[in-house]
Design a protein around this ligand. Sequence first.
Ligand SMILES: C[S@@+](CC[C@H](N)C(=O)[O-])C[C@H]1O[C@@H](n2cnc3c(N)ncnc32)[C@H](O)[C@@H]1O
Length: 232
Amino acid sequence: MTTKTSCADFVQFFRSWVSDPLRVAAVAPSGERLARLMTQEIEPLDGPILELGPGTGVFTRALLARGIPESALTLVEFGEEFAVRLRGRFPEARVVQMDAAQLGQCGFFDDAPFGAVVSGLPLLSMPPSKVTAIVGGAFETMKPGGAFYQFTYGPRCPVQKSILESLGLEGKRIGGTVRNIPPAGVYRISRQNPLELSIGGSKYRSTREGVGISGLMPEAGNADTGRPEANA
Ligand SMILES: C[S@@+](CC[C@H](N)C(=O)[O-])C[C@H]1O[C@@H](n2cnc3c(N)ncnc32)[C@H](O)[C@@H]1O
């Protein structure tokens, strides 16, 4: 919890965790220091920004503090209780209540590719198929040079190496803080070959020959799009 996180936010977050611990995966909102680390490389010139799993909006506020216009933000949040509050708090942002695993399939984000993705999702305990759908889908919506920022409470990148490689991506730790409950590290995930991958338009393609993200995602009928799971 941060000094700027209100008591009401803390209470709501804690209640959400009690009612759905697997989805919320933390007992308190992220701290201000972590929010600054997560957003440190993002600039207003990057264009529209996508945030996944904003919760009470700690990273959203940090993005605004960096000069990103509220109208340039799209917030994808699965929890209705958070989505309602986010709409009231950030009226100019686009708030979409949906499972982030549907990003690559929903077609909502085709017109204006994002410059960066900031994710507070609990990726560590999601099954690999779901992580692949989320990260691959996010890169489908991003400009060639765009990056995906993710925090983790674990000691290494929360996206497995095999998933990164299958999607033509690489992960690099760009910071960490002990001034968070619990302490957390921040990773930047980016394309290994951004220019090569931009050939043929802004749509993401894997470096595996002939395999787009749709080929790496589970089939619609088998898609693991149910309840998200615990721990970032
Ligand atoms: C660990 S909390 C992080 C909240 C906030 N970003 C923070 O750092 O304080 C995880 C957030 O992701 C949301 N979430 C979990 N699974 C999701 C999914 N599949 N799609 C969209 N949001 C999801 C939860 O509702 C919750 O708001």
